[in-house]
Design a protein around this ligand. Structure first.
Ligand SMILES: [Zn+2]
Length: 81
């Protein structure tokens, strides 16, 4: 009667795998949160755009020169500080 023992060890392996996966996700979440807190308020790397058509304010990647407004679709120049 080795079957019940084997199936139990498989289910406990799955349980360990799930716990490890959740732990990894938790660690990743905490890591990204710490990264955002360290770099966030001091200098944001994203460019800020203000739509000249509808006035919607949004951000985009720093390597784009012009970004499309997600509200009305108009291309806008970034706001420089
Ligand atoms: Zn717009």
């Amino acid at each position: 009667m080795r079957r019940p023992i084997r199936s139990m060890s498989i289910s406990s392996l799955i349980a360990i795998y799930v716990v490890a996966l959740l732990g990894a996700l938790c660690g990743l979440g905490i890591y990204s949160e710490m990264r955002r807190r360290r770099f966030g308020p001091t200098h944001t790397e994203d460019r800020i755009f203000r739509c000249t058509k509808c006035g919607f304010i949004y951000t985009d990647d720093p390597d784009v020169d012009r970004s499309r407004c997600s509200q009305c679709g108009k291309l806008n120049e970034p706001i420089e500080f």
